[in-house]
Design a protein around this ligand. Structure first.
Ligand code: BGC
Length: 369
């Protein structure tokens, strides 16, 4: 099992080691852990399960570990740019000492970032790299996420001997999300020249409903029998894609990819409705974000850790940002147990509900075969 976690103890040690260093960014830095301060967390949407189920609670826990007296202001923008702007404005008016921002639209988030910074509030970009010169960024290596998805899909087609036997439908994420562009670059690098692409779409808002419509459109234009595989950028959209295929009467589903290791995605994998997902361990992501936020607010320099040091990335407008990029892990039926289960992301009981009890995975996990 890969260990990507950055322990809270390690994060604390890093903060201590950073004492007296120059500030990580050019805003903030006056708050103290002893007195506590207010942290604003802005997440982008709620149709993808991760944000409410993992990102928010994990961040809250990690923040409490690092700063017992800190408070958290939290908002979710439901994938609306204007709503996120208003939420950020309200937080700045109420008074926050640092902002952790997972942008709905990375480009228009530049105005949120510059507003915050002009008020002396540093900004940590969380998962999606907002423009406007944020202080720090934590995410996964998102091009690798796309490559991992593409490689798994190619492997599935090779196993089924269908690489040259039909067409692949490719359904990317939201164009306003720079991660979606990275996933796209990664997956296309792997697929191009190896498979025929029958239809390719971007999906506004990462909407599962729009992904379903796109799948239905692809079935009409390519023909259900000619579709040998579907690239879905995440699990939420994979749900819509499976619904689209089923409503067109497809019973033998082609291999479909995903991302996020959502419980529904894992259950589709063990029941044969989805080929793979990408597990991104959210706890370390949230822990690093909390470490960065506390460092930025208190004027310390966040330095990463031995396992995952700080690197530098460029945002969409060419600004260099200090970043921690964590490693994604491909999950297929074979390694569900060694990844999401052994990492404590889900228990067997959570995965093997009544509906899935008769799958091979659950029978084996429950010692019934
Ligand atoms: C995240 C994915 C998520 C998608 C939709 C991306 O920025 O990295 O984990 O599935 O947004 O919210």
């Amino acid at each position: 099992m890969h260990r990507t976690a950055v322990s809270t103890a390690a994060a604390l040690a890093l903060l201590a080691a950073g004492c007296g260093a120059t500030t990580g960014g050019d805003a903030g830095g006056e708050a103290s852990v002893e007195e506590g301060f207010n942290v604003g967390l802005l997440l982008p949407e709620s149709k993808t399960a991760r944000y409410e189920k993992f990102d928010k609670p994990y961040f809250e826990e990690a923040l409490k570990e690092l700063c017992e007296n800190c408070t958290l202001s939290y908002q979710n923008a439901d994938q609306e740019t204007a709503k996120q702007q208003a939420q950020a404005d309200a937080m700045l008016t109420e008074g926050i000492d640092v902002m952790v921002l997972d942008a709905v639209d990375a480009e228009s988030a530049a105005s949120i970032v510059s507003n915050a910074k002009s008020q002396g509030v540093p900004v940590v970009a969380y998962d999606r790299l907002a423009e406007g010169g944020v202080d720090y960024y934590v995410s996964f290596d998102n091009k690798t996420v796309g490559k991992t998805q593409g490689e798994a899909l190619l492997e599935a087609l090779e196993e089924e001997n269908t690489v040259n036997d039909g067409e692949v439908v490719v359904i990317h994420g939201a164009p306003t999300d720079p991660n979606a562009a990275d996933f796209k670059a990664g997956v296309m690098e792997v697929l191009k020249g190896h498979v025929d692409i029958g239809a390719e779409y971007d999906t506004p808002d990462w909407s599962p409903d729009k992904a379903q419509e796109q799948m239905e459109g692809a079935i009409t234009s390519v023909g259900a029998d000619d579709i040998v595989g579907v690239y879905s950028a995440n699990d939420g959209m994979a749900a819509g894609i499976v619904a689209g295929l089923k409503s067109a009467g497809v019973e033998d589903l082609p291999p479909i990819t995903g991302q996020d290791a959502e419980i529904a995605g894992i259950q589709r994998i063990i029941s044969g409705e989805q080929y793979m997902t990408v597990y991104k361990a959210i706890r370390p992501e949230a822990e690093v974000a909390a470490g960065m936020a506390v460092a930025a607010a208190t004027g310390e320099e966040y330095k990463g850790d031995d396992e995952k040091g700080l690197t530098e990335v460029e945002d969409g407008s060419g600004e260099t940002v200090k970043a921690v990029l964590l490693e994604p892990i491909a999950v297929t039926e074979e390694n569900v147990e060694d990844t999401v289960v052994s990492d404590g992301f889900y228990s067997i009981e959570e995965i093997c509900t009544d509906r899935y009890a008769s799958t091979d995975f659950c029978k084996t996990a429950n010692g019934e075969q």
